[in-house]
Each structure stands twice: as structure tokens, then as C-alpha cells.
Ligand binder design. Structure first.
Ligand SMILES: NC(=O)C1=CN([C@@H]2O[C@H](COP(=O)(O)OP(=O)(O)OC[C@H]3O[C@@H](n4cnc5c(N)ncnc54)[C@H](OP(=O)(O)O)[C@@H]3O)[C@@H](O)[C@H]2O)C=CC1
Ligand SMILES: CC(=O)[C@@H](O)[C@H](O)COP(=O)(O)O
Ligand SMILES: [Mn+2]
Length: 399
């Protein structure tokens, strides 16, 4: 279903509209006014950018961080004659994600802040376009159970998971073994430090870490790519999305980021999805699925690219990948602890309080101090997240 039966455009809420994924989504949506209509846009710190987006796209709702920012935006929009209603805080995000009149929700808030609004879209049985991998990593079992209990449709936006989805048969949810899948090959660029001498890693700057060789992305995910924690989070994400065991997901470094991931079948066939590194492709795929629409991405020119390389990741260079694999195997609250500590560590690195090489040490310390426990309800996840952040901040204060 990429249009409503009555053929009106689908109403789209974009959580995290001011970010990299949010803006790419708006770019695709704007190419197809006959198919999609912007219903709600949300932002956090970039309120001026959200104001400009409201002037351009005239959504029914906008959501900002708090009441003060909301009051200011409301006045500005009213003065400009824009009828957008402005909401505030997490409840505002939950309201526009689960609103009765919404068809599609793009979950593109970064980090744990996206968890409740993303779950609200699931509970309200929306077509959910999931970019916010942290929400799934934190709450995997609960998230997938909520999906099964609803009639929501989840379409992965993360380029690798979107690629895997495209390479799997339509009935893959009956089980990877029944589908004849042997392994999932998760490709990774290796980030900006793939070849840097190990001794130089401790002196890299946030600007260097955010300079991804192939993708233009927000700062947090860019640092995650540089440490390969991004691939660790994606490994956990793949296990939940495709009901795979961690051992079935192999990480392969592919510096060109043209093969977005692969599925290896028992008969020796390996299916891959290729494309230019531009998030408008998975976004357009998920918006229109099972149809296809133009995304604005130029055709792949393999003759210009010339070669596709593959190599194994070095866990001495990328200890975060090992930590994430261990958390995936441990299960329970371990992925939530890993994710929360990583969020604190990346923020500390970006604000100059720790070195790049300390990110992994901080995460390992918190994972060792906090015992992994069972997850029975959302409070178990939120409690693990809060404890991990507390411990991480103590660690920071001692350094
Ligand atoms: N960028 C990419 O190519 C890819 C991104 N992803 C995932 O998509 C998600 C978004 O990434 P990206 O777009 O790069 O990130 P950005 O930093 O560019 O954007 C993040 C968005 O989240 C909003 N936001 C930040 N903090 C909060 C908060 N506390 N409450 C509500 N909203 C908040 C930001 O608002 P504001 O800007 O106004 O502060 C912004 O709209 C991440 O989970 C990332 O891992 C996955 C694959 C690829
Ligand atoms: C575009 C996307 O999906 C990112 O998650 C990307 O994969 C980051 O690149 P790395 O492979 O370097 O983590
Ligand atoms: Mn990815």
C-alpha cells in the first residue's frame, strides 16, 4: 500500500525532520505531491530550521523540545499566516507519531530520545520507516513483540537493513532457515580511520571523526561509523529485524559503500543490493514499497567506480564492534547499557571531554559494572538506560 485506497496522498509524520534523514525524506516526499503529504514535522535544537520547514511544507503539526520554544515558534508562524499547530516535548512527539490521521511515520530522531515516539507509531499500527536504530537496539524483544501485537508495517531505512530486506524473500518472517538463508553479510565502510596508524587514533578530532568518506550524516552516527559502533548497533538491529543469531551476521568492510549488504543462501547464491551512497534510495523504497518511485538519486555508474573491495574488520582497531557483538550475545539489558553508554561517550568526545580511543574503554567499564538483567517491560529498559548513563557520567567525572 503506497497510496490510500481512496487515492488521496498518504499523510507522513517525520520525527527528526531537521536532521540528515529528515531532510532527505522531505526531498523524496516533495518529488511526489500526488502520493505524499507532510502531516507533522519535529525538531529539537534547530528551531529556526524547523520554522523554515513549516513555512515551506505547511504541516498540520510541528513539535519542538519545550513550551518556551513552542510559544516562540507559534508566534512566528502566526505572524507569517502559517496555520501549523505547535506542540512541545515527548508527549507532542508521541501524539504526532500515533495520530489517527497519519499513515506513515519516519522515525529519524537520533538516539534513545526516539524510543517512545517510535513505539507510539508501532502501537498505532502505522507504516513505520525505521532509521532510529537505537530504539530497536535498546528494546529489541519488546519492540518486536509490539509489532506482532499491532498491524504496523516496519520498513528498515538503515541502508544495510533496507538492502537485506530487498535481498530476502517476501515471506522471510517465517524464518531464515526456511528461506534458505545461511548468513547475512553486513557491509561497513570502515569509516575515516580505516587505514590510519593505530598510534594516531588517540589524537583524532571530532571534525576528523565526522568526516565520513562516503555518507553525509548527523554527528552522532558519524562518530559511530568511525568507531564502528555503528556496525555493532546494526548487527544487533539485524538480529531483531530478521530474527537472526549474532553468529549469522558477518561484518565485511567494503570501503566504497556501493554494496549496501548481502544475503548468502545455502545453495551458494549471494544476493546484494547496490546503489550510490545516498539515503534517498532506501527512503524512497520504504515510502513506496512494494512499488518503486523516483528518489532523485543518480544511476549507479559501475564503470566509473571500477572496483569493489572487501576486507575483514580488525577488532584491535575497532573494539566497539567486539563490545556490541558481546552485548548481542548476552541479550537482556546488555544492548540498552551498550547503547546508553555509547551515547554519553560520543557526546563527551564531540564536546572535547574524552579522546576518541576512550569511547570503547568507557563502554567496556560500564558493561562490566552493570550486570545484565532480564527485560520484561519498558521500565526495565529505561532503568538500564538510566543506570548506564549515571555510571558513564561517574566514569567521566573521574577521568
Ligand atoms: N544520516 C544517515 O544517513 C543515517 C542515519 N541513521 C539513523 O537515523 C537517525 C537520525 O540520524 P541523522 O539524521 O543522521 O541525525 P541528525 O543529528 O542529523 O538528526 C537528528 C534528529 O533528531 C532530533 N533530535 C535530537 N535529539 C532529540 C531529542 N532529544 N528529542 C527529539 N528530537 C531530537 C534532531 O533535532 P535538531 O536537529 O532540531 O536538534 C534532528 O531532527 C539516527 O538514529 C541514525 O543512527 C541510520 C542510517 C543512516
Ligand atoms: C547510511 C547508513 O546506513 C549508515 O549507517 C552507514 O552505514 C554508515 O557507514 P558505516 O558503514 O561506515 O558505518
Ligand atoms: Mn547503516
Amino acid at each position: 500500500m503506497s497510496r490510500r485506497e481512496d487515492d488521496r496522498p498518504l499523510r507522513v509524520t517525520i520525527l527528526g525532520a531537521t536532521g540528515s534523514i529528515g531532510l532527505s525524506t522531505l526531498d523524496v516526499v516533495a518529488r511526489h505531491p500526488d502520493r505524499y503529504e507532510v502531516f507533522a514535522l519535529t525538531g529539537h535544537s534547530r528551531v529556526h530550521e524547523l520554522y523554515e520547514l513549516c513555512r515551506r511544507y505547511r504541516p498540520r503539526y510541528a513539535v519542538v523540545a519545550d513550551d518556551v520554544a513552542a510559544a516562540r515558534l507559534r508566534c512566528q508562524l502566526r505572524d507569517d499566516g502559517v496555520a501549523t499547530q505547535v506542540l512541545a516535548g515527548e508527549q507532542g512527539l508521541v501524539d504526532v507519531a500515533g495520530h489517527d490521521e497519519v499513515d506513515v511515520v519516519m522515525a529519524a530522531i537520533v538516539g534513545a530520545a526516539g524510543l517512545r515516539p517510535t513505539l507510539a507509531a508501532v502501537h498505532a499500527s502505522k507504516r513505520l520507516l525505521l532509521a532510529n536504530k537505537e530504539a530497536l537496539v535498546m528494546s529489541g524483544a519488546l519492540f518486536m513483540q509490539a509489532l506482532r501485537d499491532s498491524s504496523a508495517t516496519l520498513l528498515p531505512i538503515d541502508s544495510e537493513h533496507n538492502a537485506i530486506f530487498q535481498c530476502l524473500p517476501a515471506d522471510y518472517a517465517r524464518g531464515l532457515a526456511r528461506a534458505g538463508v545461511r548468513r547475512i553479510l553486513l557491509t561497513a565502510s570502515g569509516g575515516p580511520f580505516r587505514e590510519m596508524p593505530l598510534a594516531e587514533l588517540e589524537n583524532v578530532s571530532p571534525a576528523q571523526a565526522c568526516a565520513h568518506p562516503n555518507w553525509s550524516m548527523g554527528r552522532k552516527i558519524s562518530v559511530d561509523s568511525a568507531s564502528m559502533m555503528n556496525k555493532g548497533l546494526e548487527l544487533i538491529e539485524a538480529c531483531w529485524l530478521f530474527d537472526a543469531r549474532p553468529q549469522q551476521v558477518e561484518v565485511v568492510i567494503h570501503p566504497q559503500s556501493v554494496v549496501h549488504s548481502m544475503v548468502d543462501y545455502v545453495d551458494g547464491s549471494v544476493l546484494a543490493q547496490l546503489g550510490n551512497p545516498d539515503m534517498r534510495t532506501p527512503i524512497a523504497h520504504a515510502l513506496a514499497w512494494p512499488e518503486r518511485v523516483d528518489s532523485g538519486v543518480s544511476p549507479l555508474d559501475l564503470l566509473r567506480i571500477g572496483r569493489l573491495d572487501f576486507q575483514a574488520p580488525d577488532e584491535r582497531r575497532f573494539p566497539c564492534l567486539r563490545l556490541a557483538r558481546e552485548a548481542a550475545q548476552a541479550g537482556g539489558t546488555a544492548p540498552a547499557i551498550l547503547n546508553a553508554t555509547n551515547e554519553v561517550a560520543v557526546d563527551a568526545f564531540l564536546t572535547g571531554r574524552i579522546r576518541f580511543t576512550q569511547i570503547a574503554g568507557m563502554i567496556e567499564h560500564v558493561l562490566q559494572c552493570l550486570p545484565r538483567t532480564r527485560v520484561d517491560c519498558l521500565d526495565d529498559v529505561l532503568d538500564a538506560d538510566a543506570r548506564a548513563r549515571d555510571l558513564a557520567r561517574h566514569w567521566l567525572a573521574r577521568e
